[in-house]
Design a protein around this ligand. Structure first.
Ligand code: CP3
Length: 347
């Protein structure tokens, strides 16, 4: 039994020295695993998220085979959309779809407040069940979207490449945009607090698509709401990971949002990123998920390169720069865990 204060992952989040670099993966549960695909034959993705016993089973699936240092609750950043009233569907092969997108002042005004305990309580239930299973072994990470990323789905009605409708709402109707961000931030804070009350021991805030805006737009239209969410989580006494992709050129601005750990993608070397945000700030990352498809010697070279750039300085959590992709070979993922764990600095 390891005491929660001694979990490698949580120590690294606090910038404390560790016996080995902690390693886990975003989307470590999912379609690349046969156990997940088998369950998916019987249940839809939303059913799996909304049934605590199934969400627990999926959360646990990768833990033993991979030997990772953290679990992440099986859920989705879009789940709060259902109680907010926009609807939410996952269409096979096409990803998420929001039947009633939010595009006008009236749409924003009509969004419903959310009581997470009541309306998203199934996530809390799953968190409680997972904690019972992993107690004394590894910690459990809870998560939500950051305000922009969630709003982008609400406004676009699904995934987007240009985020044109979202940006135009920002530019043409800044007051409507601000009301939307305000409402979404309030929901996210309540949802994240509920997860910690249920037993989440760290939180990750996914600003997956924020890399599409300019630094100045970020400052004006987005940063205040990210800060609001991060500030509201300060009293909870759990580390918060500020995750984004495509933000290599604006990490200094993203860091102003707050969070205990900064997580970024592979478009910047990890030591250069630490030069920008300061080496005292714990970091998570940052291997390209596609490298996991490469031959083992190539993977090893990339893992070693990241480890070497960090140079054994405290406050590093090994992860990818984004989630594990479909069809990724499971044995390659496991190999990365072993490589990180066995890595000797200066050796
Ligand atoms: O990391 C984990 O293991 C926890 C589970 C998790 C899922 N989604 C499960 C999932 C997490 C942390 C997320 C977050 C999430 N969801 C994000 C942020 C992270 C990121 O990737 O940037 C985003 C943008 C979403 C929205 C979302 N959910 C999309 C775009 C899709 C479809 C993409 C795809 O791969 O088809 C989903 C569905 C989804 N969420 C799946 C899983 C395992 C696939 C569902 C399936 O078909 O089985």
């Amino acid at each position: 039994m390891t005491s929660p204060t001694d979990y490698r992952f949580l120590k690294a989040c606090r910038g404390e020295p560790v016996d080995a670099t902690p390693v886990w993966f975003m989307r470590q549960a999912g379609r690349y695993m046969k156990e997940y695909r088998a369950l998916k034959e019987k249940y839809s993705f939303l059913e799996m998220c909304q049934t605590p016993e199934l969400a627990t089973e999926v959360t646990l699936q990768p833990l033993k085979p991979l030997g990772v240092d953290a679990a992440i609750i099986f859920a989705d950043i879009l789940l709060p959309l259902e109680p907010m009233g926009t609807g939410l569907e996952f269409i096979k092969g096409d990803g998420p779809s929001i039947p009633r997108p939010v595009r006008t002042r009236k749409d924003v005004e009509n969004l419903r407040p959310v009581n997470s305990e009541e309306q998203l309580g199934y996530v809390g239930q799953a968190i409680k069940l997972v904690r019972q299973e992993i107690e004394g072994k590894i910690p459990l990470v809870g998560f939500a979207a950051a305000p922009f990323t969630l709003c982008s789905y609400m406004v676009e009605g699904g995934k987007s490449s240009e985020f044109k409708i979202t940006k135009l709402l920002m530019y043409e109707e800044p007051e409507t945009w601000k009301l939307l961000m305000e409402k979404v931030s309030t929901v996210l804070i309540d949802y994240l607090k509920m997860q910690v009350a249920a037993g989440a021991q760290a939180l990750q805030i996914f600003d997956s698509w924020i890399g599409c805006v300019t630094p100045e737009d970020y400052r004006e239209y987005i940063l205040p709401y990210c800060q609001k969410v991060m500030n509201a989580l300060k009293d909870l006494d759990v580390p918060v990971i500020n995750f984004s992709t495509g933000t290599s050129s604006m990490l200094d601005v993203i860091a102003q949002a707050g969070g205990d750990v900064m997580s970024f993608d592979w478009r910047i070397n990890i030591d250069q990123a630490r030069d920008v945000i300061g080496w005292d700030k714990p970091v998570q990352g940052n291997m390209d998920p596609v490298v996991l498809f490469a031959p083992i010697p190539v993977i090893k070279k990339r893992v070693n390169d990241i480890m070497q750039r960090v140079g054994g300085k405290p406050g590093h959590i090994f992860n990818l720069g984004h989630g594990i992709l479909q069809h990724t070979p499971v044995d390659h993922v496991k190999a990365v865990v072993d490589m990180v764990r066995e890595y000797k600095h200066g050796g």
